[in-house]
Design a protein around this ligand. Structure first.
Ligand SMILES: [Mg+2]
Length: 403
């Protein structure tokens, strides 16, 4: 059976949503990003704004210089998330195989649906029209036999376009592309390819597999070889609905009032929660601390963060603020727990806020999480969890999930 993988991508999604709420923005250069302060970056720019050289992840201050008459909006993430869910529901009314790869992109598997809906090109056109008509949003789509080619086709169809790469035409379609335009070719690999004189996929197609493996290693070499020929995974994975919260708690083997020990354990719990969120590419907006005293009285304290986070240190700082006043009761503590809720996709996954400092932080956590995946969570200690080393026994019984 012929595989039909469809990639659908919203055009300038945040701007598009703002326009559907405020029609006077139509046709004008519009920029959504952090407008307060001097450090904000552009999250989404309309095509009119892009003509002035404005693009995502650029500082808002620089965008203002390029086009002072553009409309700058702070953005409403909760609204975008609600609209994203509505889009998903439309897709799911056509096929159960819908994979949202970010807030504004999805892969759909329409294989075998020709029998109910007719030829795939017409079907996708109807899906796009349904989104346009019911939600008043602009979007583009690509159809191919795998996710990679479908995604590239959608990008080349933008804005408000639809492109099908017919089966057997993948290699020819890929040949003309710049390597830097291929998803998966990051900055480092791009520079490496360019240093070898390789700038287009067509040039890469001339190289045989053994050579690519020798130069780039087995994994990257064979990926490049397959990518150049327009081969990719056709597997659309719908995934489970996102969790509502993530938490960890411990019950101590002996109740304690030792503040140093409690702070160490708290840091450890925050690290566990942070790692779990990062693994799922989520961040949380509310920190909740739960503390049970030896007399079984339980205190629960929450606070909201101005922005979502999955950073251990930020979670810890808020959790510590919540915990310290509770220790004034001078009753021993038997249980401590930290939970993050109001979860949403992490900003870095959306490529929105790529400030240098954040990039460094992301790089740090990526390495940390990879090492812990490999050698175990306890293989690395940092922050106040280091204090736990001075206590003979690890914190209480095994951490339990709290949410
Ligand atoms: Mg998009």
């Amino acid at each position: 059976m012929q595989r039909h993988i469809v990639h659908i991508d919203m055009d300038a999604f945040f701007v598009s949503v703002e326009r559907s709420r405020n029609p006077s923005l139509a046709g004008r250069p519009v920029v959504v990003g952090e407008v307060q302060g001097t450090r904000g970056v552009v999250a989404s720019a309309s095509y009119e704004a892009r003509k002035h050289g404005i693009h995502s992840a650029m500082p808002v201050a620089a965008a203002r210089k390029l086009c002072p008459r553009a409309v700058f909006l702070p953005g409403n993430y909760d609204l975008y998330l609600r609209v994203s869910r509505a889009i998903r529901r439309i897709f799911e009314s056509w096929t159960p195989l819908v994979e949202m790869s970010s807030i504004d992109e999805a892969s759909l598997d329409l294989t075998g649906f020709d029998r109910c809906y007719g030829p795939v090109l017409g079907t996708v056109d109807r899906i796009l029209r349904q989104v346009r008509d019911t939600l008043d949003l602009s979007l583009s789509a690509g159809i191919a036999t795998n996710k990679l080619v479908a995604k590239i086709a959608a990008t080349s169809a933008k804005p408000a376009g639809l492109l099908q790469v017919l089966p057997g035409c993948e290699e020819c379609f890929m040949a003309g592309l710049a390597l830097s335009a291929v998803p998966g070719v990051g900055e480092v690999l791009g520079v490496r390819l360019a240093s070898l004189g390789l700038h287009t996929v067509g040039e890469l197609q001339l190289l045989e597999l053994p050579l690519l493996v020798r130069v780039f290693g087995r994994a990257a070499g064979s990926w490049l070889y397959r990518m150049a020929r327009g081969q990719g995974s056709p597997k659309v994975e719908p995934g489970r609905p996102a969790p509502k919260s993530a938490g960890h708690s411990v019950t101590f083997s002996q109740d304690t009032v030792d503040r140093r020990f409690l702070e160490g354990v708290l840091y450890h719990l925050c690290e566990k929660v942070g790692a779990r969120l990062r693994k799922k590419a989520l961040e949380g907006g509310t920190v909740t601390l739960r503390l049970r005293y030896s007399d079984f009285k339980t205190a629960t304290r929450s606070c909201s963060l101005p922005e979502g986070t999955n950073c251990d240190r930020q979670i810890f700082e808020r959790a510590l603020e919540l915990m310290l006043p509770l220790l004034d009761r001078r009753v021993r503590v038997r249980l401590l727990g930290v939970t993050l809720s109001r979860l949403r996709p992490a900003a870095d996954q959306l490529d929105l806020f790529c400030l240098a400092a954040q990039q460094r932080r992301l790089g740090f956590y990526r390495s940390l999480d990879a090492l812990r995946d490999r050698y175990g969570f306890e293989s690395l200690r940092k922050g106040r969890a280091l204090w736990l080393e001075s206590f003979r026994r690890p914190p209480g019984s095994r951490p339990r999930k709290a949410g």
